[in-house]
Design a protein around this ligand. Structure first.
Ligand code: MG
Length: 224
């Protein structure tokens, strides 16, 4: 007999793998998340969205959104709030390293990633499981004051003040046992900016958090 049964606890239902067509669609969607990182987000969302909604900051064109949204769907519980101003990051502006001319809105003459995101959600059939919130993280937080979350994925602006603001806005919303996932943790400054890793490590050192693993550059803490 399993320990959980001896203690009178119901085992959690097994989480099925992400459907192959959703995984393929997610990996075809523009983005900077690896397959292994996406699979981890899917499983964490599938486990946690039974209890409360999930939220991501920095949807971009929807790769992480599809992994997390698929996890919410698998949970049969709560949806994902996908927060992004959709103006692109500093590095994605014209003339910068990650500029992509396909994302330039011809009318605005500015980056806009709203249309790729909503297209990806619709193609994935995840409209019941993903709620796009098209504004910046601070304004979203201010206007959704009652939202309590089972998972937060932070992948927004990578400047220190952006990262700090995203943590301040959303980490306190996590319920006990909830997951704080942070992308782009780099141990070598040559690989990328240090602000996400520094903030992640500061948070890990605080009381009430335990680290549950690192996949690629994706770090995960659990609120305990
Ligand atoms: Mg990222």
């Amino acid at each position: 007999m399993k320990l959980g049964a001896l203690l009178g606890r119901q085992p959690l239902p097994e989480i099925p793998s992400i459907p192959a067509y959703l995984r393929e669609l997610a990996l075809r969607t523009k983005g900077f998340l690896s397959a292994a990182e996406g699979d981890r987000l899917y499983h964490l969302a599938a486990e946690s969205a039974r209890r409360a909604p999930c939220l991501e900051v920095g949807s971009f064109c929807g790769r992480s959104t599809l992994f997390l949204g698929a996890g919410c769907q698998a949970s049969g519980g709560h949806p994902l709030f996908a927060v992004d101003h959709h103006r692109g990051s500093v590095e994605q502006q014209p003339g910068q390293e990650y500029f992509d001319p396909e994302l330039l809105d011809p009318v605005l003459g500015q980056i806009s990633t709203v249309s790729p995101l909503t297209r990806a959600i619709r193609q994935a059939g995840l409209e019941d499981w993903v709620i796009p919130v098209v504004t910046d993280s601070t304004r979203a937080s201010r206007n959704l004051p009652a939202l309590r979350l089972s998972l937060v994925f932070i992948d927004g602006g990578h400047a220190t003040e952006d990262v700090d603001e995203d943590f301040r806005a959303w980490a306190p919303r996590l319920i006990s046992g909830g997951y704080l996932c942070v992308h782009d943790l780099y141990f070598d400054p040559q690989d990328g900016g240090q602000a996400p890793r520094e903030r992640f490590e500061k948070t890990r050192a605080e009381r009430g958090w335990e680290q549950v693993g690192l996949v690629g550059s994706l770090g995960v803490l659990r609120r305990c």
